[in-house]
Design a protein around this ligand. Structure first.
Ligand SMILES: *[C@@H]1O[C@H](CO)[C@@H](O)[C@H](O)[C@H]1NC(C)=O
Ligand SMILES: *[C@@H]1O[C@H](CO)[C@@H](O)[C@H](O)[C@H]1NC(C)=O
Ligand SMILES: *[C@@H]1O[C@H](CO)[C@@H](O)[C@H](O)[C@H]1NC(C)=O
Ligand SMILES: *[C@@H]1O[C@H](CO)[C@@H](O)[C@H](O)[C@H]1NC(C)=O
Length: 435
């Protein structure tokens, strides 16, 4: 064989490779991740003239001379019985009925670090790294398939204490977040040849993303949003939130007295948003008294809030939250995938002795992802009739996957990545939409 025919043969053998290589690279649409409640870091600094510490320690222990420090999440602050009440005081929000809005404790200034990147929510407490991994494993997998931070991968952390409110009510912090998110989406698209963005959310992040889509025009959404993938979103709230309101929360620490954080939990606007929603839970008794004094369903939330002593929560709940949660509307024109774990025991009914909410209740469990009840996770499937047939809604249920397991378990991540691959491969044929 002459040398040129040898090279010709070699070339011919390579041909199929050359072709397949050209069709192989997948166009990765820019991806923006929005974390859940408590998923990203928050920083604070204290104005020593305005801030009146509960105790002497609060000023000194958590910030020297007005420097920024990590208010959330720093396990060393939470695990220290001296600094825990300071944390509760500094983390709290305050509702002002005259302004009809929430604000920080006076003298406590807060900020969300790393907006635009995933850096602020890889780990819950960055000092503990893998022991407190939140999105680190997911982001690693995304990088393996070609996503690059700041190029086609972005993150939208936010001050998860502040929520949003129904029409006509100000919500300064939450609205500013939606505005920054909108800008980030437009920037990410511009940076990627005007390709539309994929939104990937976890938990409460999904509720914010849906509000963003509702608060912008369908034509804006169609221009900038390719697809919305919501992981473990509590569309109808969660029963556990009623437990937190009634009896506080130890946030998973065995040595924290849950009652110390009860007032702080009451004050967070997003906690009101996450209370079990009457639309989803209807009149089923959730807080049940063994001595048969009084039961409360999601439809009796205002009565419940009054009963547990959170009467100041009733007005913002009724005026700001209820109008926002009375309906669950799909995003106009944006195809959506709802992914959720199930098959993990999840609090469904809370049984209290004789109305003493300082004692942790007996819990009757039902199906869910360990944190959110299945009926809430699957609300879009139950309430958005016909969207699945139109391929505007896809629901993926992952057995034996927990609320955060969906971000960490190997099998669950494989499914998330598979769905992302599908979304990236799907080419919209604008002409076929008319047919
Ligand atoms: C932390 O997690 C990463 C990614 O999963 C892994 O590569 C690394 O070995 C882990 N480090 C430790 C100290 O466990
Ligand atoms: C979007 O891009 C503009 C122009 O580069 C920049 O000024 C702005 O800060 C960016 N906003 C966000 C949220 O990324
Ligand atoms: C409260 O609910 C329990 C369990 O559903 C029921 O047995 C009981 O009769 C109810 N009590 C009241 C006062 O409605
Ligand atoms: C569910 O998941 C847990 C932890 O990942 C595992 O130990 C258990 O075997 C699984 N159970 C089933 C029925 O698959």
């Amino acid at each position: 064989m002459s040398s040129w025919s040898f090279f010709l043969l070699l070339f011919l053998l390579q041909l199929p490779h050359l072709f397949s290589k050209q069709s192989l690279p997948l166009l990765l649409h820019p991806l923006i991740i929005i974390p859940g409640q408590g998923g990203n870091q928050l920083e604070a600094r204290l104005n020593n003239k305005q801030y009146k510490p509960l105790k002497q320690e609060c000023g000194g222990a958590m910030s020297e001379d007005g420097n920024w420090f990590r208010l959330w999440k720093d396990c060393s602050i939470l695990e220290n019985p001296l600094t825990l009440p300071c944390f509760a005081d500094q983390m709290q929000l305050h509702y002002d009925p005259l302004l009809d809005d929430y604000s920080n404790t006076p003298g406590v200034e807060t900020r969300v670090p790393f907006f635009g990147s995933t850096h602020g929510f890889l780990y819950k407490d960055p000092d503990l790294l893998n022991q407190s991994s939140y999105m680190a494993i997911l982001v690693n997998r995304l990088k393996q398939i070609g996503y690059k931070e700041g190029e086609n991968l972005f993150g939208a952390p936010y001050d998860f204490r502040y929520g949003l409110a129904g029409a006509g009510h100000p919500s300064k912090v939450g609205s500013e977040f939606l505005q920054s998110l909108k800008e980030l989406i437009e920037n990410a698209s511009k940076l990627n040849n005007n390709n539309p963005v994929i939104l990937l959310t976890h938990s409460l992040g999904g509720l914010f993303a849906l509000q963003l889509l509702h608060r912008n025009s369908p034509s804006w959404s169609r221009t900038f949003i390719k697809h919305f993938i919501a992981l473990s979103a509590p569309w109808g709230g969660t029963v556990l939130e009623m437990l937190i309101f009634a009896s506080g929360d130890s946030m998973g620490y065995s040595n924290i007295n849950p009652l110390i954080l009860r007032k702080e939990m009451w004050s967070l606007e997003t906690n009101l948003w996450l209370l079990p929603n009457p639309r989803t839970f209807k009149d089923k008794p959730i807080v049940v008294s063994k001595s048969n004094v009084k039961n409360f369903s999601a439809e009796e939330m205002s009565e419940f809030l009054n009963y547990i002593g959170c009467s100041h929560c009733v007005h913002p709940y009724e005026s700001r939250i209820m109008p926002m949660i009375e309906r669950l509307e799909p995003p106009a024109g944006v195809p959506m995938t709802v992914m959720t774990g199930h098959g993990i025991k999840t609090a469904e009914t809370l049984i209290y002795g004789d109305g003493d909410f300082d004692v942790q209740p007996e819990i009757v469990y039902g199906d869910g992802d360990g944190l959110v009840n299945l009926v809430s996770l699957l609300a879009p499937e139950n309430e958005w009739n016909g969207l699945q047939e139109l391929e505007l809604l896809k629901v993926i249920k992952l057995p034996n996957v927990s609320h955060e397991g969906i971000l960490k378990d190997d099998a669950a991540l494989t499914e998330v990545l598979r769905e992302l691959h599908q979304v990236n491969s799907f080419v919209v044929r604008s002409s076929s939409a008319v047919v």
